[in-house]
Design a protein around this ligand. Structure first.
Ligand SMILES: [Zn+2]
Length: 323
């Protein structure tokens, strides 16, 4: 691919690190509910340096360290106007609708840049700005966690899960995490979960109810979907909230409405993040409140091996490509 050139209000970023996500696998497999024009460079979790700025860009210069908001937004619609970039009417995804970060360089609108704080390195940023900021968006904006809450994090060893454990705990919650293997549960405990349950046991919700003295949890951080969502309702206390940002295990579920309204429970959707969530995520990293979990890094030429590892579910933590 030719090097991109910046247009007006655009910036070319030299990619130093780009996190690999399940989204990239789905894109490759044609499993996203959108059509992708080819050729397309995937990769949406980007950290790097400004290489070149286009006309009208005054606030950035070559060499500035940046993270990139992968939800490219128009900045003009009613939702952007109120700061909800993640639900922009004309939203585009880097690495799906536009060329992404598994490349030496990429071109983005200047509005997508987030300044990287001192003390945060490229790999750490690329390990947290997509999944980590997704968790930040869920737990601080869509369904704010309160001190003393019981929070259940589904798949605590995943990118979203491991960040959610740390954020919930930092906000004063008691965290229970699920994990399908001993190694994943150990990892969740190391991230700060107070309790773990084995999700390979079909009756794991009973374990959650037992830990909370039959009360149930105040919040569930869900990103799996399918049958798991129904089990999350079994774990939920009266007045509790399930916040969901994914549907890996199934996009259509049945819902029992009676307990939902009788127990005044909430099911809240969460999509992507705003720049403010990325800035908050990186700020937390700089302050030592949030740690990245990088399983391994690959040079650009070995990106394929990174895809294989993520697809084989042998990784715990993030896979990051370092062009
Ligand atoms: Zn918009």
């Amino acid at each position: 691919m030719a090097d991109p050139a910046p247009g007006a209000k655009e910036v070319v970023v030299r990619v130093r690190a780009c996190g690999l996500n399940r989204l990239d696998l789905w894109m490759e497999e044609g499993k996203l509910p959108v059509t992708t024009a080819l050729p397309r460079i995937p990769g949406g979790e980007i950290a790097g340096e400004v290489a070149e700025v286009g006309a009208g860009v005054t606030e950035w210069k070559a060499g500035d360290a940046v993270a990139v908001q992968s939800n490219i937004f128009c900045g003009e619609c009613e939702f952007c106007a109120r700061g909800d970039e993640s639900i922009c009417l004309k939203g585009k995804l880097l690495g799906v609708d536009l060329d992404g970060g598994f490349a030496e360089k990429l071109k983005v609108p200047v509005s997508a840049l987030v300044r990287m704080p001192n003390g945060v390195d490229f790999v750490t940023s690329a390990a947290l700005t997509l999944a980590g900021s997704t968790a930040m968006h869920m737990l601080t904006r869509r369904a704010p966690v309160h001190a003393g809450d019981w929070v259940l994090v589904i798949a605590g060893a995943s990118g979203v899960g491991s960040a959610a454990i740390q954020i919930a705990r930092e906000l004063g919650a008691c965290v229970i995490a699920t994990g399908s293997s001993e190694a994943k549960r150990k990892f969740a405990l190391e991230r700060g979960a107070g309790h773990v349950v084995d999700s390979s046991n079909p009756d794991w919700p009973a374990e959650v109810r037992k830990i909370t003295g039959k009360r149930g949890v105040d919040m569930v951080v869900e990103h799996v979907g399918g049958d798991v969502l129904g089990k999350c309702f079994t774990c939920l206390a009266r007045g509790g909230t399930i916040v969901t940002c994914g549907a890996t295990a199934g996009r259509e579920v049945s819902l029992a409405l009676w307990p939902l309204f009788v127990k005044e429970q909430r099911l809240i959707g969460s999509y992507g993040r705003n720049r403010a969530d990325i800035a908050a995520t990186l700020d937390w990293v700089a302050k030592g409140k949030l740690k990245a979990s990088v399983d391994r890094t690959y040079p650009l030429e070995q990106t394929r091996a990174g895809y294989d590892a993520l697809r084989a579910r042998t990784v715990i933590g993030k896979v990051v490509v370092t062009p």
